[in-house]
Design a protein around this ligand. Structure first.
Ligand code: CUA
Length: 340
């Protein structure tokens, strides 16, 4: 295989990866929307694809047909064919044709943008705030009074009585982009600016997403999930998140180490002295399925590995290698595991 072939193959694989987006079943995520916004984006994409396909077939077909029909044959005279200038019908056709095509596509794009556009939320809409950090997502539920990280939990939106969630998007450092392909298009999180979007999942399930704007070395490890649950389950989850952290006397040693070994300077654990603002809120750490912005499953082994040396797992992460003694790590993880 030549170099250029290998290169094309790589480009093709990358493009395919973009479409597949970690969906486990059959259809690539962008073709398998679960919200009105993502549906409107898919319809637009399919329409543009169809129009482009028709144009491609017409142009490539005509070019191929002409190559055979008008090729040079033995016995043809060696003179140029008659040259035609200024044919009004032809010029009209190739001006109006593209103009009308572009006009129709532009109108349809505007319609899709309006459909997906964030209107001002109503009083009873659930509103959340997502802040992009290098390299994790802060997820705040301002009205409910708590903050979590990397895993957005929302009530599923009934088709008959829609319950959309309004998401306010901000950044703490550089430009990030919030992208959950099955629920909506990408929206950037820009420092000094507030953007917004709607999330309106139609089915109770977990949707995967990721940061879609290069934001530094660990951009690829800035995953997020949106978990759509029933209204009852959501109310239960909120009630649990609103509670301050569990205080278990059995892990007092671990808690004391967490508070004294600088962890508390960056992390917040509501109901304790830990009040940091630079790192994920750990009040209900164990209610999350993953740690390190979706990179690792939330298990004891992974917590131990992460606390021991974050830099070995996520180079460049803002959490430094504290060079803790193994015993300190074990005690701290004992404490973290009580934060249900
Ligand atoms: Cu955040 Cu890429």
């Amino acid at each position: 295989m030549s170099h250029s072939n290998i290169y094309s193959l790589r480009v093709l694989t990358c493009v395919l990866c973009l479409f597949v987006q970690r969906t486990a079943f059959g259809l690539p995520a962008v073709f398998n929307p679960h919200s009105p916004q993502a549906e409107s984006i898919r319809s637009l994409f399919l329409l543009v694809l169809a129009v482009a396909a028709v144009i491609f077939v017409l142009v490539a077909g005509a070019a191929t047909a002409f190559m055979f029909r008008y090729r040079h044959r033995a016995g043809d005279p060696d003179t140029e064919p008659p040259q035609i200038y200024g044919s009004q019908p032809i010029e009209l056709a190739w001006t109006l044709g593209p103009f009308l095509t572009v006009l129709v596509l532009a109108l349809v794009v505007v319609r899709s943008v309006v459909q997906a556009r964030p209107e001002a939320p109503h009083d009873n809409d659930l509103g959340i705030r997502v802040v992009g950090h290098q390299w994790w997502w802060e997820v705040e539920y301002p009205e409910q009074g708590f903050t979590t990280a990397n895993e957005v939990v929302l009530p599923v939106s009934n088709v008959d009585a829609p319950e959309p969630t309004h998401v306010q998007l901000e950044s703490a450092d550089v430009i990030h982009s919030f992208w959950v392909p099955r629920l909506n298009g990408k929206t950037d999180l820009i420092p000094g600016r507030v953007n917004s979007m709607w999330l309106e999942p139609k089915r109770a399930k977990i949707y995967h997403g990721q940061c879609a704007e290069f934001c530094g070395t660990q951009h690829a490890h800035m995953l997020l999930t949106v978990k759509a649950v029933s209204t009852d389950e959501f109310a239960q989850w909120v009630a649990n998140q609103q509670e301050p952290a569990v205080e278990d006397p059995a892990v007092a040693e671990g808690r004391q180490r967490f508070m004294s070994l600088a962890c508390a300077d960056c992390h917040r654990i509501r109901g304790t002295a830990a009040n940091g603002e630079f790192a994920p809120d750990l009040t209900h750490l164990m209610s999350r399925g993953t740690i390190v912005a979706g990179l690792l499953e939330n298990s004891r082994d992974n917590l131990v590995a992460w606390v021991s040396n974050p830099q070995a797992i996520k180079t460049g992460s803002r959490m430094p290698d504290m060079r803790l003694e193994h015993e300190d790590v074990e005690k701290i993880v004992d404490f973290l595991e009580t934060l249900k």
